[in-house]
Write a protein that binds this ligand. Structure first.
Ligand code: WQD
Length: 336
């Protein structure tokens, strides 16, 4: 019987913290490492308030391989969930070397530490950005990957390749989860998204505009070849995404092959304008927005075929856009 101790790198981040909560709820013992470069120690208090348990936390950078190895051994870790990475698409274009160094060297450091401490299971935070603009929609896991639009997306593709090659040595079993657009917050409003500076992503930009922190939301283009002219994405509630990681831990413990990849989305596409209208209608808030130029690097539309995760993981998204905009707004309103 494998231990219930799960190492969560980047466990104080947006997706990491929600996953830690659901791991605790499912009876696991998450151990968090985070270097606090894109998170805050008060997230740990939020996790404790929700679950009644305060997970073990190490303030550590994943590039510190020796310390990582010690933590894996001391804590009798059975699986690792790897979130710790830089993830801002626009920033990655300005600082490619930081992204390749942190995201790619980071996973190599982690895998070395796992090999030296004989920890076999890793669940990797990948991204739908590896698909770029797919010719056929919805995308399945067999949809060909094309050259990523950004260094960030390319680091996800490179990490998947490293994991695939390393899994063929028999040293690790890998589950790679290709997230679509994570959004929303825990219904308690005790944890949620804490974007640093000006948000890149749509939902936090909407909530900050509604809260008066931003003057106006700019919709990046309404002349795309979509029903209302705005881009379409597959927005998945962060709690549904967190639950997919719990299911992945259960899956990887029984998994007898080396490498499996899953799309983690809702299977539904929603346009930017639909998000804006749903936000206004659900929250009874008028949003100040205008139509601007297209954003460089944006793809026109993507949404997921999640049948593989539905059947092999026994997981499917249960929450919808209304839950996302409600929970995101409730979280924003309680932020000081
Ligand atoms: C969504 C839509 C914008 C801001 C993200 C992550 C990426 C990956 C997938 C995990 C686009 C439009 C946005 C704004 C706007 N996730 N928009 N005005 O680009 O799909 O990628 O999810 O790995 O890491 O970055 O998400 O929220 O930035 O944009 O009109 O102020 O909203 O043009 O069409 P994106 P996003």
């Amino acid at each position: 019987m494998s231990s219930k101790n799960i190492l969560v790198t980047g466990g104080l981040g947006f997706i990491g913290s929600h996953t830690v909560v659901e791991l605790i709820n499912a009876g696991y013992f998450p151990i968090i490492i985070d270097n606090l470069s894109n998170s805050d120690l008060k997230v740990l208090d939020g996790i404790e308030k929700i679950t009644g348990k305060k997970p073990v936390f190490y303030n550590l950078d994943i590039l510190q391989t020796d310390d990582l190895e010690k933590i894996l051994n001391v804590n009798n870790i059975s699986s690792v969930i790897h979130f710790a990475a830089y993830k801002a698409v626009g920033e990655s274009v300005e600082k490619p070397l930081d992204y390749y160094y942190n995201n790619v060297s980071g996973i190599i450091s982690l895998l070395k530490a796992m090999q030296n401490s004989n920890v076999k299971n890793i669940i990797f935070s990948s991204s739908c950005t590896v698909y770029g603009q797919a010719a056929d929609l919805p995308v399945t896991e067999r949809t060909p990957l094309i050259k990523a639009e950004s260094p960030y997306g390319n680091t996800k593709k490179i990490c998947e390749e490293i994991l695939y090659d390393f899994s063929k040595t028999g040293n690790v079993k890998v589950v790679s989860l290709r997230y679509f657009n994570p959004a929303g917050a825990h219904k308690s409003s005790l944890i949620g998204e804490l974007p640093l500076g000006i948000p890149n992503n749509l939902i936090p930009y909407i909530t900050q505009t509604a809260a008066g922190l931003r003057n106006i939301l700019t919709i990046f283009g309404n002349n795309y070849n979509t029903p209302d002219g705005t881009c379409i994405r597959d927005y998945i509630h962060v709690v549904d995404l967190a639950l997919a990681h719990v299911k992945s831990v259960e899956f990887i413990n029984k998994f007898t092959d080396n490498y499996e990849v899953f799309n983690i989305g809702t299977g539904k596409g929603t346009s930017v304008l639909e998000i804006v209208n749903t936000f206004e209608n659900i929250n009874f808030v008028k949003l100040n927005y205008s139509i601007g130029e297209r954003r460089k690097g944006d793809i026109e539309q993507i949404w997921a075929d999640c049948k593989k995760a539905n059947s092999l993981l026994g997981w499917e998204a249960k929450l919808d856009i209304s839950d996302i905009v409600k929970d995101a707004w409730n979280w924003q309103k309680q932020l000081d």
